[in-house]
Design a protein around this ligand. Structure first.
Ligand SMILES: Cc1ncc(C[n+]2csc(CCOP(=O)(O)OP(=O)(O)O)c2C)c(N)n1
Ligand code: SF4
Ligand SMILES: [Mg+2]
Length: 362
């Protein structure tokens, strides 16, 4: 019976394969000689300017390369990427029903295994990837994705997390953070904070609940990390799950060029821990950012938090401090103080707020 031959994608910066060259004023410019020139996610999509999920799609597909099959459950990245005669993919791509991304992907993986073993397909096993929004991966389609991870199909299941049901008009999802204003969690007199529940811890559910699964979190602020975790997930024999934070300019109301900056600040403020889980050792390794910030450095950049009162900001700082503790980082006295509301103003106060904060719910 023919063996299933799997691809092995090298990691970027592995074994000193990155390089630096001096620019005209003597600074070292860092580059990756091995960065593929091909872009399986090309021009032609219709996402908003600064769309975080579109940035993620591009880097994931650059890392995966041409021998890839993609599935996209219903969401912005289906609707904005599948206009008739104007799709951005150079690789096979299929739309799936919003709840069915996991089962579709399981089926594709099983079919390739069977076709190769029966000698009906002669090529290498392809990269099989599903990129589901948070509404799909954390809510409507979580059952099918959990099934695929549990049965350990050889595929990469990605949640691109823009923390809302964006495509249908920015409704709350299980990953919308506490305090986030959406069309279903508008702040008002009765519920001034907007969303009351904290976000579902999706990635930890996946790592703790699926014993053979490689699981990692990342953001579009750390390109090499995103591409390497994509490749590690694809190289892992069996199921892998990647949770990627991807800002939504339209839903979060921020200045368009700030997508990458937000994707770093969310990590630097302790609100989105970046980690990797090795199923062989059952250990987590956390990325500790070089800069650690108060949560206000992150919240004040976004209109969706512009309504928050001091006690809501303090609640957010408390959650961030708990995350730092989980990561083994000592919480400074200053960050402890910021757990108290008397150390904060309302986010709409001039000292915090950018003009853009007059957006959603403000
Ligand atoms: C079963 C079902 N319920 C609801 C919808 C309507 N719907 C289409 S796109 C969408 C939003 C999906 O949100 P998410 O998965 O987070 O992707 P995003 O739009 O944020 O990219 C919804 C609710 C649907 N297509 N199918
Ligand atoms: S609404 Fe958000 S996720 Fe959808 S295309 Fe625009 S920026 Fe991207
Ligand atoms: Mg979403």
């Amino acid at each position: 019976m023919p063996e299933v031959v799997r691809q092995r994608l090298p990691l970027f910066e592995e074994q000193g394969r990155s390089a630096s060259v001096p620019d005209s004023v003597g600074r070292n410019l860092h580059y990756l000689p091995d960065l593929p020139s091909e872009d399986p996610y090309q021009a032609g999509h219709r996402t908003c300017a600064g769309c975080g999920p579109a940035i993620q799609y591009r880097w994931v597909l650059k890392a995966a390369g041409e021998n890839t099959i993609m599935a996209g459950p219903t969401g912005c990245m289906y609707v904005a990427n599948s206009t008739y005669l104007s799709t951005p993919y150079t690789v096979p791509w299929a739309h799936t029903q919003i709840a069915g991304g996991g089962s579709f992907t399981s089926g594709v993986a099983s079919a390739y295994e069977a076709m190769i073993r029966k000698g009906k397909y002669k090529g290498e096993y392809p990269n099989i990837i599903v990129m589901a929004g948070d509404g799909s991966a954390a809510d409507i389609g979580i059952g099918a994705i959990s099934g695929g991870l549990y049965r350990n199909h050889d595929a990469l299941f990605i949640c691109y997390d823009n923390e809302c049901y964006a495509n249908t008009g920015i409704q709350t999802s299980p990953t919308t953070p506490y305090g986030g204003a959406t069309t279903f969690t508008p702040p008002g007199k009765v519920i001034p904070e907007g969303k009351k529940l904290p976000a579902k811890n999706l990635a930890k559910m996946m790592s703790e609940g699926h014993p053979n699964c490689y699981v990692a979190t990342t953001t579009v602020g750390y390109t090499i990390d995103l591409m390497n975790k994509t490749r590690k997930g694809l190289n892992h024999q069996g199921a892998a799950f990647l949770h990627c934070y991807t800002p939504c300019q339209k839903g979060w109301v921020y200045q368009t060029p700030m997508t990458v900056e937000l994707s770093r600040r969310v990590v630097e403020s302790g609100l989105f821990p970046v980690w990797e889980y090795d199923p062989a050792t059952r250990k987590y390794s956390y990325f500790i950012p070089p800069v650690i910030r108060p949560v206000t450095d992150y919240l004040a950049m976004q209109g969706r938090f512009g309504h928050m009162h001091p006690e809501h900001v303090a609640t957010m700082q408390m959650a961030a401090n708990r995350n730092w503790e989980d990561m083994g980082v000592e919480v400074t006295d200053r960050l402890r103080e910021l757990e108290k509301s008397e150390y904060h103003m309302a986010l709409r106060d001039e000292d915090y707020a950018l003009p853009i904060n007059r957006g959603v719910g403000a």
